[in-house]
Each structure stands twice: as structure tokens, then as C-alpha cells.
Design a protein around this ligand. Structure first.
Ligand code: LU0
Ligand code: ZN
Length: 324
């Protein structure tokens, strides 16, 4: 049976408060913006962390996405932890200071607020995954945001066309307003014809994995992924996994997915990117609902891995010794 929602997890209203608190405490290096609205009208928020934060400087940009899946609440805690790490550490920790000076970091702390709120609104957790958008002709609402992205959407048996399925891909790519908003935000980071975002992590739970594209095929090298590009993803994935103890592998080694954010970020925007499946490793560890007592340990666990991605964000291909 599902437990009572744990008040140790950060609901949407509380998250807005945390964001405002972080920005107020660090106005020179943190700024919030509303990049769009969810189906039910909640603001989709972006927190930018960089020196001269109000200026779009010519620096490599890094994107962190959280809570595509509603029940994966630990990912929102990961966003809160990163916001605090990168702002409180500024001026004190030289590595963090350099990274905040030399990168422009975008944290999207909750891209599925309707789903997250629905999941924690009852007397027990509701085990909800999708967004809360109604499906025409069905009594089952919700699109699986991580099957609604436009690259190879619905191509390969990695999603469902049934609205009641938890992996329902939606009626069309980017039909979910939350996906459309984030995709538009990313497309908006193309400046002078060049995508400024070089690297990204999409946070999920659970299983303790670091995954890289493609998800729609078992092939390493394929249309849209050269050997060097695959090896760059694998080497960076392995480098990060050494830091957090997760298992690094190609996304499709877990199972085939289509319409995932990973495939679109790389396939359409050429952003070197990863999915982190956070703690626990298995259902025995609490599945999607580990006790909030693990939040500090399991978010801090990813600090070094995230800093390693930020290190390589100027040129991810450097990890295989290439300029590219
Ligand atoms: C990123 C893919 C390969 C795994 C992910 N697993 S999750 N977070 O939904 O359990 C998903 O099914 O979207
Ligand atoms: Zn997920």
C-alpha cells in the first residue's frame, strides 16, 4: 500500500518560495524566469545561475531538468540542492566559483507541477507519472512527458498510443504543453545559429543509473550518432558514474523508449545529455517514495558528478581527447 505523502518533500508552492529565497539571497548570480505554463496554468520556472546573471554572456550553457515524471519527487529535491550548492558555494568554493563565472546554468526545478501536485494531494501517494492533460475520447488523463518529444516520436515500440497507458506518447509530438514550453525554451537558446546549451541532465528516479542516448535503438552508432559522439557520451557518463556510484549505460540497454528528452536533446539540438535515475537502486529501497530522511544524502551524492559535467561543458568531446 502507498504511504501518506511525506511532508519532507517540497510541493510546488514551497518550491516557489525556495526559488524566491535563493534569488533574493544571491541577486548577482541567480535569477528566476517563467518560461511558460503547465496545462492547469502553473508557472514553469527556470532558475539561471551565473555571474552577471542578467546578461546573456557568450559562455557554455548547461541545462538541468527535473520532475518530468510526477511521482519522482526526489528529483525536485535534487534541483533545490543544486540551487543551494551553486549559490551558497559561490565566493567560497573556488571550483564552484569558477564554474558559475564561466558557465550559464539553467535549472528547471519542476516541469510537471500539475502531476507532482496531484501525486501528493491525496491521503496517500497516488503513484502518478504523467501530466494532467485530458485525453479526447478517454476517461484517462495524462501524457507521459518523456515520450512526447519530437525526435523519432513513436517510431520504435518505445511508447504507447493508448491514453490510459502510463507511457502514452500523446496525440502528437509536443502535444503536452509542458514539453512544448521546455522545447521552445531550448530552441530559444540558439544564438547566432549556435545552440548555447552544450550539455544537460534530465533527472528521474529510480534505479541509480546514468543513461545516454539513443533510447529508440539498441545501436550505439546510427543515423545521428557517430562513433566519436557515442564515445563522448559513454566516457562522460562513466566519468560521472565514478563519482556517484550509479551504473552507466546506453538508455536502450534499460529498455527501448521513443520520444524521450534524451533523444530530442541530442538528435535535434546536438546537446550532449544524460538521464540520471536517482536513488533507490530497487523497490526495496522505497521505490518512488523513499523516506524524506534520505533527501540530503541522496542529493549530495550527485554533487561531484554534476560538477564534472559542468567542468566538461565548454567542450564535452575533450573527454575522448578530441577538439570536435
Ligand atoms: C529515461 C528512460 C530510459 C527511463 C525512464 N524511467 S522512469 N524514470 O520513467 O522510471 C522512462 O521510462 O522514461
Ligand atoms: Zn522518470
Amino acid at each position: 500500500p502507498l504511504a501518506d505523502p511525506d511532508p519532507g518533500y517540497t510541493g510546488y508552492a514551497e518550491l516557489v518560495g525556495v526559488i524566491d529565497e535563493v534569488v533574493a539571497a544571491h541577486p548577482d548570480i541567480a535569477a528566476r524566469s517563467v518560461i511558460g505554463r503547465s496545462h492547469e496554468g502553473r508557472d514553469l520556472l527556470a532558475v539561471k545561475i551565473s555571474d552577471n546573471v542578467d546578461v546573456d554572456e557568450d559562455q557554455p550553457e548547461v541545462l538541468f531538468v527535473h520532475a518530468q515524471h510526477a511521482r519522482e519527487h526526489l528529483t525536485v529535491e535534487m534541483a533545490v540542492h543544486l540551487m543551494r550548492l551553486l549559490t551558497d558555494g559561490y565566493g567560497g568554493d573556488p571550483r564552484i566559483t569558477d564554474l558559475v563565472d564561466d558557465r550559464e546554468i539553467w535549472i528547471l526545478p519542476n516541469v510537471n507541477p500539475d502531476g507532482s501536485e496531484y501525486d501528493m494531494a491525496g491521503s496517500t501517494w497516488r503513484n502518478w507519472r504523467k501530466n494532467r492533460q485530458p485525453n479526447e475520447g478517454s476517461s484517462s488523463p495524462g501524457t507521459d512527458l518523456n515520450r512526447n518529444w519530437a525526435y523519432e516520436w513513436g517510431c520504435c515500440g518505445g511508447s504507447s498510443g493508448n491514453p490510459s497507458s502510463i507511457t502514452y506518447r500523446g496525440p502528437a509530438p509536443e502535444s503536452a504543453p509542458e514539453v512544448r514550453v521546455v522545447a521552445d525554451f531550448v530552441r530559444g537558446r540558439v544564438v547566432g545559429g549556435e545552440q548555447q546549451i552544450t550539455t544537460a541532465i534530465d533527472f528521474h528516479t529510480y534505479s541509480e543509473l546514468i543513461l545516454w542516448p539513443f533510447g529508440h535503438t539498441y545501436d550505439d552508432v546510427t543515423n545521428g550518432m557517430t562513433r566519436e559522439e557515442y564515445d563522448t557520451h559513454a566516457a562522460l557518463g562513466e566519468h560521472m558514474a565514478e563519482a556517484n556510484g550509479y551504473t552507466p549505460q546506453q538508455s536502450s540497454d534499460l529498455y527501448v523508449t521513443d520520444g524521450s528528452i534524451n533523444d530530442w536533446l541530442w538528435g535535434d539540438q546536438r546537446i550532449v545529455n544524460f538521464t540520471y535515475e536517482m536513488y533507490p537502486r530497487s523497490a526495496a529501497g522505497g521505490g518512488f517514495y523513499p523516506p524524506s530522511s534520505v533527501i540530503e544524502r541522496e542529493t549530495a551524492r550527485n554533487e561531484e558528478a554534476v560538477l564534472r559535467l559542468l567542468d566538461y561543458a565548454d567542450c564535452p568531446y575533450r573527454i575522448i581527447g578530441e577538439e570536435a
